[in-house]
Design a protein around this ligand. Structure first.
Ligand SMILES: [Zn+2]
Ligand SMILES: [Zn+2]
Length: 433
């Protein structure tokens, strides 16, 4: 059968499931779960895998699951993220969790690819494997919970895809793609080429000495003052960061003392240091740590800095983006420029080790991670992205997977998994002085 006919049949099969995909996404939205706790969400995905009569593995990196179908020399992963984000003021929040980043749409788009290729039987005319991969814990939230999981030996890394790479769940995958909500554009617009920041997560603790705050402050050592000075020192550095490095420092103070009548002896800050390349992030992080330590030196506290989780920057694959763009142009305004954001994602980690794309797509407004975020056009937010990804798979696996094999070879030019893991492990670091 001609390639265009295969694409047409896949798209029709996705349209046949459109209402079901829309109600699936709505159900996920009504039941948001944070990273490494997405048990119900994973069950809902599993039900769909079973409906498709797919073999799957579950419980990967706690809640992740994946199903494979098709046969051939190339394995293409289509990824949907399971987790919600913390946004307690969102109208659909349950507790503090809400799908304010559109991951519900990703799961629906991923399943749409399965329905489209399987129910049209087009997969039988192709030469390759498709992996539908529902991955946990992309959002950088609840690090204390995740670090407990690390301490208990249930995780080594605190982001879902990093852990899945470590566990070998990407070993047989040659390339990966997913579509992410852009969050502000209602209309049919898509950016196939995107790049996100590298990121280093840190916990900072200043330890001083308590004393009566008014009767004997001279006997205390004020940890809050040290922390505030440390933050001011970082602020004084901001202009030394180069514009092109997109450096971000995002502190929140999670503890600033114990009581109003005692000199604060314990001040704690959580933060990210982010930049567009790993090198720039490491350089910026050195400066940030130096500045934070200066606050401790000035006041005479003890300081502990724990740099513990790192995202790699997202580097899109040009060939894959091109195939995707050609298909997207049938439905959407395809933006040729790079969508550059200072945000971070563990899809960056996947892009370090294999060809990958992470296009940003319209159909949702209000800004991601905000209470105003919502889909206004589900067709654009996930039905069309599902079709584009399925059509891209047809292109890659048609004609004995000629194109797919060519792009799969580019994996050899990415970082080997062992080197990736070594780099990640080297970046974990504790300062105690
Ligand atoms: Zn997000
Ligand atoms: Zn997201």
């Amino acid at each position: 059968m001609e390639r265009d006919q295969l694409k047409k049949e896949v798209c029709e099969a996705i349209d046949n499931r459109k209402d079901e995909l829309i109600s699936f996404a709505a159900d996920i939205r009504r039941n948001p779960e944070l990273g490494f706790k997405e048990h119900r969400t994973a069950r809902q995905v599993k039900n769909k895998f079973e409906e498709l009569k797919l073999e799957y593995v579950e419980g990967r990196a706690i809640t992740g699951l994946k199903a494979k179908f098709g046969e051939g020399p190339v394995n293409i992963a289509v990824i949907g993220e399971l987790d919600a984000v913390i946004c307690a003021s969102h109208p659909m929040a349950v507790g503090n969790a809400a799908h304010a980043c559109g991951h519900d749409a990703q799961l629906a788009a991923m399943l749409g690819v399965g329905f489209g290729l399987i129910e049209s039987r087009v997969i039988r005319s192709l030469n390759g494997v498709v992996t539908l991969f529902a991955t946990p814990a992309e959002e950088g939230v609840e690090y204390d919970y995740r670090r407990r999981l690390v301490d208990e030996g249930k995780l080594e890394f605190t982001a879902g895809k990093q852990e899945l790479i470590r566990l070998g769940d990407f070993d047989d995958v040659d390339m990966a793609m997913m579509c992410h909500s852009e969050g502000t554009v209602a209309g049919k617009t898509i950016w196939p080429k995107s790049s996100t920041n590298a990121s280093i997560s840190k916990k900072v603790r200043y330890v001083g000495k308590p004393s009566h705050y008014t009767a004997a402050p001279w006997d205390g050592v004020n940890a809050l003052s040290a922390a505030l000075l440390g933050l001011q020192a970082v602020n004084a550095l901001r202009e030394t960061f180069k514009d092109e490095d997109y450096v971000r420092f995002t502190p929140i103070m999670i503890k600033g003392g114990e009581s109003e009548n005692a000199v604060p002896s314990d001040a704690q800050i959580n933060a990210y240091v982010k930049a567009s390349t790993m090198k720039a992030a490491i350089d910026a992080n050195k400066k940030v740590n130096r500045a934070l330590i200066s606050g401790s030196n000035a006041i005479g506290t003890h300081i502990e800095i724990d740099d513990f989780c790192n995202f790699m920057p997202l580097e899109y694959n040009e060939s894959l983006a091109q195939v995707f763009s050609n298909n997207a142009s049938q439905f959407m305004d395809v933006r040729k420029e790079l969508y550059k954001t200072a945000g971070s994602t563990d899809m960056g980690d996947v892009s370090m080790i294999m060809p990958a794309i992470h296009p940003f797509v319209g159909g949702s407004v209000g800004g991601i991670h905000r209470e105003t975020y919502k889909h206004v056009d589900e067709e654009t937010a996930f039905i069309i992205p599902s079709k584009i990804m399925a059509m891209t798979i047809v292109d890659l696996l048609y004609d004995n997977a000629r194109l797919g094999i060519k792009i799969a070879l580019e994996k050899k030019r990415r970082m080997p998994k062992e080197e990736y893991l070594k780099t990640l492990r080297c970046l974990k670091r504790k300062i105690d002085k």
